[in-house]
Design a protein around this ligand. Structure first.
Ligand SMILES: [Zn+2]
Length: 286
């Protein structure tokens, strides 16, 4: 179990899966063979499969223990969920995520808050689980805080993931719609970072002068630090996503802010430093 501290806050990564994903050129239309050449030597083999050209990425949550609260950031794909975006994640039936949560010393009923950077299916799946044919909130004692604009976006779009991962939480009375810059307290707060989705937020953690930020899907691969213009096919608003990515990269380059990513290969967190062309991701050692 990989953990780190931000002042008095304990953080653990709860991994659901880590493996090959789409071909990198399918995910990033700009990532042609030629455009990738300068980066292959540091992307392979951790972030890019040398044989197939497929991206390698984890799907994971962050378990955050502050002096006051136990908070889950993002909820992976979950079991028995429906998606046609990436076949291996359709109707997943794996105990990996639950076992990793247990290994972190946490039961679902111990979680106080669930936060989702956005409501795509691979960030909200464990919000619910199937019990006797019914979708039930996985975290029965938690408040699920949904950022207003993201909730509205996902509700307007509808679809199976909203029906499976969000509606049952609202029906159980556990969902609360909050402002896009909502603060739980001095330790944990949201910041609107629209682009990947029209309501995407990042989640800040701070304690004793230390700071970290979980950036959700602002970037999907470390290659985007050097090529922040490269958008992914999952970005809703390409120009807004680009502007947001650059703003975050600029703001935290050469700072002590620990950047926690959703999908960079393990160990997934690190620090932004200047790169050859733009920025580079310096993976954390602990
Ligand atoms: Zn994602």
């Amino acid at each position: 179990m990989e953990t780190f501290r931000i002042g008095e806050i304990d953080v653990a990564r709860i991994i659901e899966s880590e493996g090959t994903f789409l071909h990198i050129n399918r995910m990033f239309p700009d990532a042609t063979e030629q455009a990738l050449r300068p980066y292959r030597h540091w992307l392979e083999p951790g972030a890019l499969c040398p044989k197939t050209g497929k991206m390698i990425l984890p799907v994971q949550s962050y378990l955050v223990r502050t002096p006051h609260h136990r908070i889950l950031i993002d909820a992976c794909v979950g079991n028995h969920k429906s998606t046609d975006f990436f076949k291996p994640w359709h109707n997943l039936q794996s105990m990996a995520w639950m076992n990793n949560l247990a290994a972190a010393g946490m039961r679902p009923e111990d979680i106080d808050y669930v936060l989702c950077t956005h409501l795509h299916f691979d960030h909200s799946g464990w919000n619910t689980r199937l019990i006797d044919g019914q979708w039930m909130p996985t975290f029965a004692n938690a408040r699920y805080l949904f950022a207003r604009q993201e909730y509205t976006r996902a509700e307007n779009r509808g679809g199976v993931s909203f029906e499976e991962n969000v509606v049952p939480v609202m029906e159980a009375g556990l969902g609360i719609i909050v402002d896009d810059d909502h603060a739980i307290d001095d330790h944990v707060w949201l910041e609107p970072t629209f682009g990947h989705t029209a309501g995407h937020v990042v989640i800040h953690l701070a304690s004793q002068g230390q700071h970290a930020v979980m950036i959700g899907d602002i970037m999907h691969s470390p290659v985007q630090c050097e090529e922040p213009d490269w958008h992914s096919i999952a970005d809703d608003d390409i120009d807004a996503a680009r502007a947001t990515r650059k703003r975050i990269l600029d703001r935290y380059c050469e700072t002590k802010t620990r950047v926690m990513t959703a999908h960079f290969p393990s160990p997934s967190t690190g620090f932004l430093i200047p790169g050859n062309k733009a920025f580079r991701f310096d993976y954390a050692k602990n």
